[in-house]
Design a protein around this ligand. Structure first.
Ligand SMILES: C[S@@+](CC[C@H](N)C(=O)[O-])C[C@H]1O[C@@H](n2cnc3c(N)ncnc32)[C@H](O)[C@@H]1O
Length: 292
């Protein structure tokens, strides 16, 4: 871990530009923070700073219910990392089951210990596979998701389309496949944005140069602590930016019967509403929902 300050010139942007659905809550904790780069656990920091699992699961279950007028039971989380969404899904009802897929044993083992084991008996309703997101599933999911832009790791159209086709084929009747994405004019700018996290540390989103001919860019997450220590490059992503319209077209090409976009409600950051027009702004986050 390198605790030196990065001297790269940066453009400071509004907190709106951060590709995180996390509510920007005021930092109410006055007491000394327990976090320091010497001991902090990057997955714990990530979950506090980036993820809002209850909000995400509420959204997914609501969308499925609105489309199908019934409850979704089986869930698949691709690129699951610590599998917090799987854990939150099975906690939401006794008859719900989940499966997660990730290639990296480090977050998967962390998640099994910190997110799945504490579920007690409900842990038996979760299966985590150390496998590719394109792997054939255990059971046909009602809801399948690729969250936090993880599919941007697939930089070639044919590769991404193949993943979407596999996702489509895997779904149960009436199933939905959901991905998130972000866009807007500022999202192709090199920038660094800091946000104080309620638990007592600072989250830093470090967005590298965007190359228009390839769509390539590198994004990093750093953390900074109240004792002055820093955890640099806690997470590094080599991605291609995919645009909403091309993703919609690819969903249709992959076989989805209907594709809809959902955008943040102006009055409530936690709510995403059906909107197939969208509103141009500096930075937006959207969900694409494909129906089997
Ligand atoms: C941005 S993190 C997302 C973690 C979590 N899903 C979330 O919502 O925050 C991307 C994850 O994708 C995993 N990953 C990368 N390529 C993968 C692949 N081909 N199949 C499955 N997992 C993959 C990485 O190990 C990493 O845990």
């Amino acid at each position: 871990m390198n605790s030196s300050e990065d001297t790269t010139a940066i453009q400071e942007l509004s907190s709106e530009a951060v590709p995180s659905k996390k509510d920007k809550r005021p930092n109410r904790k006055k007491e000394k923070s327990k976090y320091t780069a010497h001991t902090a656990d990057k997955y714990e920091l990530y979950q506090h700073a980036v993820q809002s699992p209850e909000t995400d699961i509420d959204f997914l279950q609501r969308v499925y219910r609105e489309i199908n007028e019934k409850e979704a039971k089986h869930f698949r989380e691709d690129f699951c990392g610590t599998a917090i969404l799987c854990a939150t899904w099975v906690k939401s009802a006794k008859d719900r089951t989940a499966e997660g897929y990730d290639l990296d044993p480090e977050p998967v083992d962390w998640g099994k210990e910190k997110n799945i084991a504490p579920l007690g008996d409900a842990a038996e309703r979760v299966k985590i596979f150390l496998d590719d997101a394109r792997a054939e599933g255990d059971r046909a999911p009602d809801v399948r998701i690729a969250q936090n832009f993880s599919y941007w790791i697939f930089k070639e159209r044919a590769v991404l389309l193949d993943y979407f086709k596999k996702a489509h084929e895997s779904l149960a009747d009436d199933g939905i496949f959901v991905i998130d994405l972000w866009g807007g004019s500022e999202t192709q700018d090199k920038m660094r944005e800091k946000r104080k996290v309620e638990e007592g540390f600072t989250y830093i989103w470090d967005q590298g140069e965007y190359f228009p001919a390839s769509g390539d860019f590198t994004c990093k997450i750093h953390f900074k602590f109240k004792d002055g220590t820093k955890m640099k490059n806690a997470f590094v992503y080599e991605w291609r930016v995919w645009h909403l319209t091309e993703l919609k077209d690819m969903f249709l090409e992959a076989g989805f019967s209907q594709v809809d976009s959902y955008f943040e409600d102006d009055d409530n950051d936690d709510e995403y509403l059906l909107d197939n027009q969208g509103e141009h702004c500096a930075a937006w986050i959207s969900y694409l929902v494909g129906q089997k």
